[in-house]
Design a protein around this ligand. Structure first.
Ligand SMILES: [Ca+2]
Ligand SMILES: [Ca+2]
Length: 402
């Protein structure tokens, strides 16, 4: 999600999406929308099904489930609400788990952008949010909240503990994802600050948190922080003024990252500028190139010094057939879709393409179209069984791959 031209494009798609939604509503028979996949090479026929026909949400941007044995799903709505409901296609209603709309500044790429359950959520009730607010200028807030002890389907709005804030120089490129790695640390996706082309050169500047993946330890505090810096963070204790929270840098706008539950790999979609969308496997201390490079090309004109810059594991040129804004997904570790096992499933926000990346020899990957969603894909998510879902931004529905 990027510059003005792109925003225009996105607005156009929202209008088209709304028209599509109205059409769909007129035909009540279409209530259960099932899109049959075209058979793609190496991928079985996969359908996208309206997973919870009775439910829809306003601008859903995250779907997730705590591993607490309750088999509940949570949907984050961008304006600042979190909804909770039973993981059943017959579920009749959702409940508002938390409403922080009054705290959140939303619109465009701003809002309540991410949620993560603490690995010990069942015991401590902690969950973490990433949102933008405007108190004295736009900023990102990373907070911990606690679920109510009396009602598991309610969070306590007064339980907020702000861990970290940092200023946002522009409205766009706020990243927004938060997730716990297999190492138990909290990872935070932060965009380059915004505008276009990274005018402040934040991606390569390690004295700012912008344009980075951060990693913090929320289970300890140290040095006046509400968290601590993991002992092996790449810049812990550095004397160059680099931010110790940095895990990796050179990132433009990480729109969704996730961890492979089997290998622990951190997979990221990094939204491109005007040419190329990319998928990265993010390693500790890695420099992912922005704004020296846009994916595998030098950004801007002519040559660039590509030494030590890590190339994406996959990329695609922007276009009407491919897309204009990558949405990172998940390595599929569910049970029902055997042909997707171990593959990285991701998509494009604008075109609705959903692809599978399959590892092949020599660290290379092959790419296949799984299915095309007729709407905008704001996010992928997983339920308690690691089955895969799509947040459809325009019609507010949650679709399941099956
Ligand atoms: Ca920003
Ligand atoms: Ca890159």
């Amino acid at each position: 999600m990027r510059s003005n031209r792109k925003i225009l494009l996105i607005v156009l798609f929202i209008v088209m999406g709304a028209a599509f939604f109205l059409q769909a509503q007129q035909g009540a028979k279409l209530k259960k929308e099932t899109y049959k996949a075209k058979k793609a090479a190496s991928v079985q026929s996969v359908a996208l099904k309206d997973a919870f026909p009775a439910l829809s949400f306003s601008m859903p941007i995250e779907f997730l489930s705590p591993k607490d044995g309750t088999n509940r799903n949570f949907v984050v709505a961008q304006r600042g609400k979190i909804h909770v409901f039973a993981n059943s296609p017959n579920v009749k209603e959702s409940k508002v788990f938390l409403d922080i709309e009054s705290k959140v500044t939303a619109g465009g790429e701003r809002g309540l952008l991410g949620m993560a359950f603490h690995p010990e959520f069942k015991k401590n009730g902690y969950f973490y949010l990433n949102y933008t607010r405007n108190t004295s200028g736009l900023e990102t807030v990373i907070s911990r909240f606690t679920a109510s002890k009396n009602d598991p389907n309610m969070a306590d709005p007064a339980s907020e503990v702000i861990l970290l804030t940092f200023k946002q120089p522009y409205n766009n490129h706020n990243g927004g994802k938060v997730a716990f790695g297999n190492d138990g640390f909290l990872y935070i996706g932060v965009g380059d600050g915004g505008s276009g082309g990274d005018p402040q050169k934040n991606g390569q500047n390690r004295t700012t948190l912008l344009g980075k993946i951060l990693r913090i330890d929320v289970n300890k505090t140290s040095g006046g922080l509400k968290y601590s810096i993991p002992a092996d963070n790449p810049y812990k204790g550095n004397t160059q003024g680099f931010k110790e929270e940095i895990f990796a840098y050179g990132i433009r706008n990480p729109w969704r990252f996730s961890f492979d539950k089997t290998t622990g790999d951190l997979w990221m979609g990094d939204v491109g500028q005007n040419k190329i969308e990319e998928i990265d496997i993010v390693k500790k201390g890695g420099n992912y190139g922005w704004n020296v490079m846009e994916a595998e090309d030098c950004y801007g004109s002519g040559n660039c010094n590509t030494q030590d810059l890590i190339l994406p594991v996959w990329s695609y040129r922007q276009g009407p057939q491919t897309g204009n804004s990558v949405t990172g997904g998940h390595v599929y570790r569910g049970k029902s879709l055997k042909s997707l096992k171990g593959k990285y499933i991701y998509g494009d926000y604008v075109t609705g393409n959903i692809w599978a990346l399959t590892p092949s020899s020599g660290g290379k990957y092959s790419n296949a179209l799984v299915i095309k969603h007729k709407g905008m894909i704001s996010s992928f998510g997983e339920d308690a069984n690691n089955e895969l879902y799509v947040c459809s931004y325009g019609d507010g529905k949650i679709y399941k791959l099956e």
